[in-house]
Design a protein around this ligand. Structure first.
Ligand code: ATP
Length: 325
């Protein structure tokens, strides 16, 4: 009979619990335009997703509503005390936004395991949002396309679409207009975390002030330096080291002068180049290869830093496991 061949679980049944991993990012290149009348800045950025993953486990609850808990894991020992556990949490906002597209959104509990430094310039909160979108999409059987998810992601924050996409991409506009870029060979980096966070709007504001004081004219960035994309395409770390740059670095150093010591320590200990990631304060050092990155991370740890070797590109938010309901 037909029943003999039907699986115990119909294939379309929603799982009761799913776990999704989403990567943090570094900006290999970040050009920032002048303050626009709408209060935003145009950017031209090369995003790289790196092997430092946030995890969001989404579990169906009996009652309605969305709840969230957070803990932390991993070598960077990320403190989580400043993360909001209410409707302001980016993962909760993501689940809420997706619920509008679900026929039968159940109550859900989100448990976030943080590895990406909070307010660290690596888009950790954005990764939580991207992971929550993919998790709830599976949990609620929403079956949105990647494009539809990206549309919701863009409404949640400029970096959320990239954490969904992963890999390497050029970001224009406020960073949300993404074009995937080619990079075949993995690049090896060492991340150094700080004991403090920097507010992204605060760092952009400091950049505007520095430019005003120095009477520096910033231009609207229309495209990224082709030399960056060529170096990413060939996977040549040496070439990339000579062209990677971040317009926000001066502003981050202005707000947190101690980062200059971190940068010089990494370079002294053998990094090809170092730079502040996004709005900082996390610093990313480029290494020649995997053994060089491991050695640099060990040397930085011996010098008292919280350092971790990672590689990129890695894929965007994706299902790690699911448990049937
Ligand atoms: P970006 O590089 O995208 O500008 P960031 O990595 O510097 O961001 P995040 O860690 O993403 O900074 O978060 C910035 C702020 O957002 C935090 O200070 C925190 O108050 C708030 N926030 C809301 N939800 C989360 C979350 N799930 N994880 C971390 N921060 C969150």
């Amino acid at each position: 009979s037909a029943a003999k061949f039907s699986p115990a679980q119909p294939p379309t049944a929603a799982p009761a619990s799913v776990c999704v991993r989403a990567p943090g990012k570094i900006n290999v290149s970040l050009r920032v335009g002048p303050l626009r009348p709408d209060g935003y800045h145009s950017v031209a950025s090369v995003y790289l997703a790196v092997s430092l993953f946030e995890e969001v486990r989404a579990t169906v609850t009996e009652g309605p509503g969305i709840t969230v808990t957070v803990d932390s894991d991993g070598a960077l020992q990320v403190p989580v005390k400043d993360i909001p556990l209410g409707p302001d949490n980016l993962a909760v906002r993501a689940a809420q936004a997706l619920a509008a597209f679900a026929e039968n959104p159940t109550g859900v509990h989100l448990h976030i395991t943080k590895r990406v430094p909070v307010a660290g310039g690596m888009g950790g909160g954005s990764a939580d949002a991207a992971a929550a979108l993919v998790a709830c999409d599976a949990l609620w059987n929403t079956h949105l396309s990647r494009e539809e998810l990206a549309g919701i992601a863009a409404g949640l924050g400029a970096d959320v679409p990239f954490s969904l996409l992963g890999g390497t991409a050029v970001g224009l506009g406020v960073g949300d207009r993404l074009t995937p870029a080619i990079s075949k060979t993995p690049l090896h980096w060492v991340l150094v975390a700080s004991d403090f966070g920097l507010s992204t709007p605060g760092v952009y504001g400091a950049l505007d002030s520095l430019r005003e004081e120095g009477q520096l004219q910033a231009e609207e960035p229309e495209e990224v330096d082709p030399a960056i994309l060529a170096a990413m395409r060939s996977g040549n770390a040496q070439d990339l080291a000579s062209v990677m740059s971040n317009d926000l670095q001066a502003a981050a150093l202005h707000l947190a002068p101690g980062l200059a010591d971190v940068l010089s320590a990494g370079e002294r200990l053998g990094a090809l180049a170092g730079m502040v990631s996004g709005s900082g304060p996390t610093v990313a050092f480029l290494a020649q290869n995997a053994p060089a990155a491991a050695e640099l991370a060990a040397a930085l740890r011996a010098a008292g830093h919280r350092a971790l070797a990672v590689e990129g590109p890695v894929s965007g938010a994706r299902l790690a496991s699911a448990v049937a309901g």
